[in-house]
Design a protein around this ligand. Structure first.
Ligand code: UDP
Length: 492
């Protein structure tokens, strides 16, 4: 295809979390592999991550870095993601800087960029400024939430029917019958922040995101049609106005094991060598996303369950440096940080190559916070899950994993883990959280996850079936492959 006739997608990943930069960069690589021209515009810190992924995929993508006005908003220089903030009290400043960044991106796209007109803008859900920019450029604006289609469908149902408003308490379960023939029960506490009582940080920003969402021309979803029981089609119906919904995932499959490892640090090598020494499907991999942190009391209960479970465990801990001294000491005494081949519980504190870990034959189960990126990566690798949702739409994802797909065991968490929204509404201080999950309960779920009996076998069979479907979706003629083609061809 000649450059002048190529569809040109300009992507604005939500800069707040690395877990949005990752799938949007992968989406860019997929679009490029289908012959589209792709430009990713983001902040300098995130541009470095996007660039390294693009280079490893050898994709012909332009990554443009526009300075993030952190200092103008009262943040230290380089605070370009939520995980880099000093405290939850910085969150409103982050949103101010995000708005300023949008204005700088608009100046760049309208006046400074070499005039290669985009065909379409695809924007992260918090980059609400992208809509006005797309309108000025005269092109459609699609939104990429980083959520799955089932979660988005449930969110539409919640906006439309507001079942939570009739609940007697934050813990009273109610039905969210977004998918026919499936009873999804949730409590108010388990809903995404959009439906929680307005916190000083959330209210305005979340309202702006909803308005953006409603006004956007289409939705690009990291999923595949065979996975979520028709949720993508129902979402298109629910959002109305002929809004298009494109299921184009799993985008992580644009990476091969080799590509994921090239970037790697000592931590990553240690993980893979340690896994190489383990029996097939024997290891439980434990990770709660790019930044998931537990209160120290909860981490100790989890740790005691992990070291006493019969399976070897690979455990990623984020924020380990800020753990209290006695917890650090316990970790030192009871786990291995060096990757000794015979050790039973390897703890990794840095960044690990999750896609490659999940694809390793030694991994037999994944304890996850049900972030959508992790969920879909586990599906693509055919690994059953033990579900420990933290917050956002993760309790909805848990229902999908356990009840709809039958590939997970619920640990039994009922309340969200402390997060930027709850911390801020509590006055900006990290409340001292108790452990909701005791060691015995966690152990029981792990035993079920790794169970060699008929129930465990059935979960593994279903997970394997979905792995094949995920792969098929991106192969020529598969549903996601076709949806990518339709998306691109609509602009040629
Ligand atoms: N991830 C990774 N290594 C880590 C931690 C996370 O590769 O050490 C990646 C993981 O593969 C996934 C993303 O970070 O792509 C996490 O996204 P998810 O939506 O699961 O959770 P979030 O970080 O948004 O809570």
């Amino acid at each position: 295809m000649e450059s002048a006739t190529k569809a040109h997608f300009v992507l604005f990943p939500w800069t707040g979390t690395i877990s949005h930069v990752i799938p949007m960069t992968d989406l860019g690589c997929l679009l490029a592999s289908h012959g589209a021209e792709v430009t990713i515009v983001t902040t300098p810190v995130n541009a470095a991550i996007a660039r390294s992924r693009v280079d490893r995929a050898r994709a012909a993508i332009t990554v443009t870095s526009i300075p993030f006005p952190a200092a103008d908003a009262g943040l230290p220089e380089g605070c370009e993601r939520l995980d880099l903030l000093r405290s939850p009290a910085d969150v409103p400043r982050f949103f101010v800087a995000n708005k300023g960044h949008g204005e700088a991106v608009a100046r760049h796209c309208l006046h400074e960029a070499p005039r290669r007109q985009p065909s379409c803008v695809i924007s992260g859900m918090c980059q609400t400024w992208a809509l006005g920019l797309a309108r000025e450029l005269g092109v459609p604006c699609y939104v990429f939430h980083g959520f799955g289609a089932f979660a988005l469908l449930c969110i539409e149902y919640l906006y439309e029917h507001r079942p939570h408003e009739a609940a007697a308490s934050d813990d009273e379960p109610f039905d969210v019958p977004a998918l026919p023939q499936f009873r999804c029960r949730l409590s108010t506490r388990q809903l995404p922040p959009h439906f929680l009582p307005p916190a000083s940080v959330g209210g305005k920003a979340l309202q702006g995101m909803r308005e953006f969402d409603v006004a956007a021309d289409g939705v690009v979803v990291n999923t595949f049609e065979e996975l979520e029981r028709g949720s993508a089609a129902l979402l298109a119906e629910a959002t109305g106005n002929g809004k298009k919904v494109f299921a184009v995932g799993p985008v992580s499959l644009c990476r091969s094991r080799g590509l994921d490892l090239q970037s790697t640090s000592g931590d990553a090598r240690r993980c893979m060598e340690w896994l190489d020494a383990k029996e097939p499907r024997s290891v439980v991999y434990v990770s709660f996303g790019s930044g998931g942190r537990m209160a120290p009391a909860q981490l100790m209960q989890l740790g005691m369950a992990l070291v006493s479970c019969p399976s070897p465990v690979l455990w990623l801990i984020k924020g380990a440096d800020s753990l209290p001294g006695d917890v650090k000491e316990w970790l030192c005494e009871n786990t291995d940080a060096d990757g000794v081949a015979s050790s039973k519980c390897l703890v990794v504190r840095g960044w690990a190559p999750q896609v490659a870990i999940l694809a390793h034959p030694a991994v037999g189960g994944f304890m996850t916070h049900c972030g959508w990126g992790s969920t879909l990566e586990a599906v693509a690798a055919g690994v059953p899950m033990a579900t420990w949702p933290f917050f956002a739409e993760q309790f909805i994802n848990e229902r999908l994993i356990v009840d709809v797909l039958g590939i997970g065991v619920s640990i039994g968490v009922t309340k969200p883990t402390e997060n930027i929204f709850t911390a801020f509404s509590a006055g900006g201080s990290e409340a001292e959280a108790e452990a909701e999950m005791g060691m015995e309960q966690v152990k029981k779920a792990l035993e079920m996850l790794m169970d060699q009996g008929p129930e465990g076998e059935e979960r593994r069979r279903k997970a394997h079936e979905l792995k094949l479907k995920a792969k098929g979706a991106l192969e020529e003629g598969g549903s996601s492959y076709n949806n990518l083609e339709i998306l691109i061809q609509s602009f040629v």
